[in-house]
Design a protein around this ligand. Structure first.
Ligand code: NAP
Length: 274
């Protein structure tokens, strides 16, 4: 069972009064929101499902006395991303947690073209746009933190999740470069690269996960690593798999992960159970 660490009251002083969390309506983003509210940060909550964001905001205001701003947005659309930037211009934002994202399973040639292109927008372009915008603000402020969600799948190509793995390779590389670019300004940048985690992710990707880490553990370990390192593998399973896979050459890692993906995919008309 995950043990909840005590509130970290220095976080607000270190980074600023407000955190922007995308993907806050579910899973890991929601866990970040709960943890940061406990630490006394005010929260901008972003995702598409406004009802879930409103319910979370009400709970966090009541439980922790923080302020909240709910910004429903479909981040596949650049104008919606821009609205989030505009609607936070008046706030003393010090932390960006870019958690919104999703994956699919199946071969690229069998997949829905629009869903794959949207994934690139949400997992890639929206992340870049927000990291660039808040990165500039934080550099001017001479403080801030940016957490980007990579993945265990982002360290090599992965059959049956090729586009998703490619978006996460982009995020991983972006975070590593940004980490060094923004360090001289006192801004911390971290890539968090979880393995399988119990969230809404598996259902949306049409997968089944057996053993998986808990989103609260992912959020806690990620926040603890911000400012200390460039990449964190935040769950027990992520560490174990990362360690095991790290021993293999990249080409073999792809094959092993392709086999794992094949076992995790739910049967579909294109990929019936054998
Ligand atoms: N769970 C895992 O096994 C795992 C492993 C490695 C990395 N990750 C990464 O961790 C991050 C969080 O995923 P999760 O596991 O917490 O999954 P999740 O429970 O499905 O949460 C995904 C979040 O992203 C939001 N989102 C999805 N599409 C969006 C869009 N078009 N516009 C705005 N928001 C959108 C969802 O909100 P709405 O549906 O309300 O819009 C939801 O809040 C993702 O970047 C994922 O790639 C997850």
């Amino acid at each position: 069972m995950a043990i909840t660490p005590p509130a970290n009251t220095t976080r607000r002083a270190r980074y600023g009064a407000w955190a922007v969390i995308t993907g806050a309506s579910d899973g890991i983003g929601r866990a970040f929101a709960q943890r940061l509210a406990q630490d006394g940060l005010n929260l901008v909550l972003v995702a598409r499902r406004a009802d879930r964001l409103e319910a979370l905001a009400a709970e966090l205001r009541q439980r922790h006395g923080v302020q909240t701003r709910v910004l429903p947005a479909d981040l596949a659309h650049p104008d919606a991303v821009q609205r989030v930037l505009d609607d936070t211009a008046d706030l003393e934002v010090g932390l960006l947690v870019a958690c919104a994202g999703y994956g699919t399973t199946g071969t690229v040639i069998d997949s829905d073209a629009q869903a794959e292109r949207n994934m690139l927008m949400v997992n890639g372009l929206a992340v870049l746009t927000m990291a660039q915008h808040y990165g500039r603000r934080f550099a001017q402020q001479k403080r801030g933190g940016i957490i980007l969600m990579g993945s265990l799948l982002g360290f090599q190509g992965v059959p049956l999740s090729a586009n998703y793995a490619a978006t996460k390779a982009y995020v991983q590389s972006l975070a590593e470069g940004l980490h060094h670019e923004l360090a001289p300004y006192g801004v911390h940048v971290l890539s968090s690269a979880p393995g399988p985690t119990h969230t809404g992710f598996a259902d949306r990707a049409n997968m089944q996960m057996g053993g998986a880490d808990q989103p609260e553990q992912v959020a806690d370990r990620t926040l603890a690593a911000l400012g200390k390192t460039i990449t964190i593998r935040p769950g027990n399973l992520a560490r174990l798999l990362g360690w095991g896979l790290g021993m293999l050459p990249r080409r073999l890692r792809s094959r092993v992960l392709g086999g794992i993906m094949s076992g995790m995919m739910r049967p579909s008309p294109q990929h019936p159970a054998s």
